[in-house]
Every structure is written in structure tokens, then in C-alpha cells.
Design a protein around this ligand. Sequence first.
Ligand code: ADP
Ligand code: MG
Length: 693
Amino acid sequence: MRPEILFPLFRPITALKGVGPRISKLMEKITGEHIVDVMWHLPTSFIDRRFSPTIAEAPDNTVVTLEISVAKHFPSRNRRAPYKISCFDETGPMDLVFFNARGDYLKKQLPEGETRIISGTVERFQGILQMTHPDRIGKIEEKDEIQTVDPVYALTAGVTNKTMGKAIRSALDHTEELTEWLDPAFKKQKKWPDWQEALTTAHHPKEEEDLFADSPARERLAYDELLANQLALALVRRTVRRAAGRPITGDGKLRQEIRNALPFDLTDSQENSLEEIKADMAEPLRMLRLLQGDVGSGKTVVALLTALIAIEAGMQAVIMAPTEILARQHMETIEPLLVGTPITPVILTGRNKGKKRTEILERIASGEAQLAIGTHALFQDDVEFANLGLAVIDEQHRFGVHQRLALAGKGQHVDVLVMTATPIPRTLMLTAYGDMDVSRLTEKPAGRKPVDTRVMSLSKMEEVAQGIGRMVSKGARIYWVCPLVEESDKIEIAAAQERFEHLQSLYGARVGLVHGKMKGTEKDAVMAAFASGEIDVLVATTVIEVGVNVPEATVMIIEHAERFGLAQLHQLRGRIGRGMAASTCLLLYGAPLSENGQARLKIMRETEDGFIIAEEDLRLRGAGEVLGTRQSGLPEFKLAQLPAHEELLAAARDDVKLILDKDPELQSPRGQALRTLLYLFEEDATVGYLRSG
Ligand code: ADP
Ligand code: MG
């Protein structure tokens, strides 16, 4: 149960000043629905209104606070002309300018003959100082209130900075000092303020430095968030560890058969990973291991051999993929390998309905199906296993933490192998997995040639479209990826359709189109035609991004490459260079290219190492953008900024180790305070993992 002291912070934001039902709907989009979310919405900059010169001294294009006398109102003569008010002080005259003004309102705010305080940006127009729409207008006695520093917040349409600022001040009024959860020596060493003070300070920047990630107030708040994250992960992990596992060892016969049937030898990394997995599974603890391997590094065969360990031991295994296409592709790879063995895999996806589905479920429940391949359809409540021993989750970052936990609940003792193709930067790994065991596939299967990557302007598109004709006639198979359109899949699909038609007009029936809104069966048919070589050019939206394997494809063309994230480009490029032939990747960009865009495309040209690319992506874009964090299942931080706060993350991890060594159930006074911290960052579920939680 959430401690009472936090109740006010979890009230809806409509409890805040100036936030009614209409504003709250808008504000929620950018902050969140609780007061606590508003509290975490830190300013991005500030407006300094402390400078208060005379009219004569006021420099152009600066924000000033002026004490002025109102001389005369000049209402606008027509709708387009501005409403002017001439004012002065002892050093000279100035004009206030308003568009679409309401005269009666202005007369009340700025009565002729009175003195007023105004604040806003000034400029000179034909020699006369002018302020258009002052930000603040007040009476002399309000000068102290006006002549301050206003925090500036990220906003959303319909919510002004004034409204946001007011709501946030009101949110801060709901806070109380909380019992300190930081280690006193560490806090002292860092010179960090108390929690409430940190929050107040962070919302009242006075200097540039106050906005920096390394300001004491921001550091402290970030550390709190990271500490909660690391503590929560450690508790989940400990619980998983505590749930007894079963030692799973097979006799190796099936594995040997399959290895004999493979047309290649395993790489050293594949062998090492399998050894690590085998050792984990043989332990009476539950396995929770991450297999990290770049695209094309050969994770599927590791997954299959891992599944066979469980099957040899008389148990069932599942292999889960994030999409229908990938699940089917796994099935297509794995099924032929199992011919001649007693294993008949089943596939279960969202596409299986009615009688067919019931039939599959029966085979899973009876244990007849030793291997089930599928999508998250395998998670559904009515899917029961006879004796599930192992779950392999492929391309895991698409699933998210909650689904992973749901799966862990499916079989009490299930060993879990999580596979990810997107190399996650080390920093982010820690936030998503804590210190989960990791196996890495560091080398590509033998015989791969590097991809020749070129960057060119979209203005060359027609030449490229013509040029691929030569490649096709030499037998090349080509991916043509159409731009990502964030605002609308409709536009995205229309663009792909148009490109498809154009290329078809050049190359006839040898061009195919696949996009996200197509029916599953249609998609499969097109993909199959591309895989078999019936079509040579596949126009696609990003649906091909993950995992699709057509080793014969050697050319990848990406339109508006600058709109894609680095991780995404890397994934896409990973579709080629899979066979023995040399491959080419063309990154077409729309001019003008931003500096950041230039840097990103340069990295793509320079390296194919997914880990380097991931680290660079993090450095260039920040954690929020990497991998499209929202869909990635990686945690989103509101206060911590990665990589800027990377060192704090490591410190938090170490802190958590010490905390749980000394006080495993968080019962000491500091332990109690840390429980509050977990609730503050909405890690309620993990408090349940504590004894007497
Ligand atoms: P990913 O790690 O991206 O899932 P896949 O498992 O799809 O990679 O493997 C990519 C391709 O490499 C497949 O065609 C697979 O058969 C092949 N492959 C896997 N391991 C090896 C190996 N040791 N030697 C040669 N080819 C391999
Ligand atoms: Mg794969």
C-alpha cells in the first residue's frame, strides 16, 4: 500500500490550480495524469526578468522589466492595425503594441495617467522603443512578483507557459519533506540538497548552470529516480532467482542430430553462448539470460538448440517472436531441420482462430507439441502447457518488461532466454535488465562480406531508380525502403504505393510491395515471392525492419534515411550482407541535412558494428529517442538523462547492492524510506516482493 504521505501526489492533476477538465486533458499528454507527474516536469529554460533599465537604456531584443507611465491609448482603426498605447518614463517615450486587442480590457489594465510595471521583450522601431504584447503587466506594488525569473516549460498545444507554471507551483505546494533515503555520507560528498529543496530549486532556475544535468538539484532528483529503478530491478530479479528452478539437462542426442544437419559450423560465440546457457539450465535455479547478438549473428539456431535441451529433458519449449512474419520465418527455418526427429513444432499466432486454434491449444496442453513457436498469442490466459521448461523470447525489446514477467508466471519454473538483435548500449542495458546474465554473439558467421554503404541526396533518386535495372538484370535482389512518416501511416503507405507503381512501370511484375496495413497472408505472400526470387525488388515500409532473412538480397535503398534512428538504419542494413555476395546500401537523404543527421549518416558509413552504432545513437540523441524507446520496453526516465547521468546510474547500482546486503527486506529506517521512494516512482509492484511488503 502506498504510504499516506504520498497520497496528495497521486491525486489527479485537476486538483491543481488553474487545471480544469479541459486543460487537464491537454496537459496529461505531456506530463501525465497525477500531480507527481507534473512535479517531474522540469523547466527547459527560463526568462530572466530581473533586468530593469530605463526606457533610454533598454537594449534591443532583450527581456526587460520597466516602470512606465501610461500616456494615451490609440485604439486600432481597423481589424488589421494594432492597438497602441504610448508610455514614457523620465528618460523618454515608448509604445506598447497589441494585435486583436480588447480595448476595454486594456483600459483597465493600463489606465491613462497611471504608473505600471511591464515585462517583456523590447525592440526599437523607427527609433522608438516598443514592446509587443507584454508578458506581464502589474501595479507598482507587484514589482517584486514581476521582476523575477520565470521557468520555461515544454508545452503542448492549448497549454500556455503561464498555465503550466501555475500548475507546477501548485503541485509543489502538495509536497512535504520526505524521510531521507540517501546514504548521508554520499549525499554530503555530492553536496546534494534535501529532496523537497531539490525539487523547488530545479523548478526555479536562476542561471544557465541550474539547467545543466550536473546541477546539484537535478543530479539529486535523477539519482532518486535511478535508485528506484535499480532497486526495483534488483527486487524483481531476486524474486525470480528465489523461485526454485528445475535442473534441466538433456542427453544431447537431438542436438547432435540437428548439428549434423546444419550446413555450417557454429561460430565460437554461438558455441560459448550455448555452453553458458547449458550451464544455467543445469542449475536448480531459474535461468534469466539475455542473448545479445547483432542482426545476422545467428541467434535463431542458438534458440533452437536451447529449446532442444528442454525437449531432450522431456519438457516443452516456446520460441516467441514479436511479429507474425518473424514467427512464421522461425517456423520455416526450424521445421525442415526437425524432419527426421520425433519433434513436430506447432505455430500459434493471432491469426489462428476458432477450431484451428482450439486444436493447437489441445496439442500444447497435452504435451504432444514439444515446441511451440508464435507471437504474444502464446501469452494468452487460455494457453496451457503440459510441462513448459523453457521460453525463448526473440527480439525482446518489443515486448516490454510486463509481458516478460507475465510469461515467467506461465510455468512456475520456466527458464527464460531473452534474445535481442538491437544492441542496447551498456548504459541502457542496466536500466532495463539490471545485471541480468548476458551472452553475446560478437562475431558474424564466416564468409560475410562487409556492406558498402553510400550516402547520397534524394535528388539522385531517379538515377538510382534507373540504376537498379542493371543490378536486377545481373540477378540482384533489392529492398527499397520508403520513408517513415511519423504523423500518418496513410501518407507513409501512399508514398510506398507511389514508389511501387513507379518502379513497376520501369521493371514490370518483378516489383512487390509490403506495408504495415496489409493483411498477414498478403504480406507473407509478397515476402515469400521475394525470398524465392519471383520478385527482385521489394518496396517496403519499415515492416521489414526486424529479422527478415533473405540471404540473396544484396541491395538496400533507404529513402529519407535521415528520418530514421541509427538503430533502425542498422537493423535495416542488417537485412543485406547475409549471403556470400557483396552488398550495397544506399542512404538517400532529403536536403538540407541537419548537423546531427550528417553525423548519424556518417557513422552508418563508417561502421557496421551494432554496439558502436548504439552507443553513438545514445550520445547523439539521448536515451529518450534511442530505439524508439516508447515501443522498446526500455524504461523512460523523467528526471535522469542518459548518458549524462551514466555515472549516477552505476553509483545507484552499487548503492542497491549494499542496501540489500545490509537490509534485504528494507526494514531499517532507511529501508522504510526507500520503500517510499519505490512508491514515489510507481514501482508499487516490486514492493510486493519484499517480506512484509
Ligand atoms: P539473427 O541473429 O539476426 O536472428 P539469424 O539467426 O536469422 O540471425 O541468422 C542469419 C543467417 O545466418 C541465417 O541464414 C542462418 O542460417 C545463418 N547462420 C547462423 N549461424 C551460422 C553460422 N555459424 N555459419 C554460417 N551461417 C550461419
Ligand atoms: Mg532473428
